[in-house]
Design a protein. Structure first.
Length: 81
């Protein structure tokens, strides 16, 4: 894909429209750095997702234990009557 095709698309398109790709490398690199995803962001998102899965599985386990205990108690007390 050549530069002419990239001029109309995405981040490079906005850079081209704003700066006409003049030899102003520091401003262009600053714009690109604003739009990139940093590894710390990905790691943080992964740990938040992992914590969410852990909490959800804990809640499901508690729900199962409560359900099992109530069924067991109902069975025991219904057999007494």
């Amino acid at each position: 894909m050549g530069l002419a095709q990239l001029q109309d698309s995405g981040i490079l398109g906005s850079i081209h429209q704003k700066y006409k790709l003049q030899n102003n490398c520091s401003e262009v690199s600053q714009l690109l750095n604003q739009h990139t995803i940093k590894p710390d962001d990905v790691q943080t998102a992964f740990f938040i997702l992992l914590a969410g899965i852990f909490i959800a599985s804990g809640v499901l386990c508690c729900e199962f234990v409560v359900f099992w205990c109530t069924k067991t108690l109902e069975t025991k007390f219904s057999s007494i009557d």
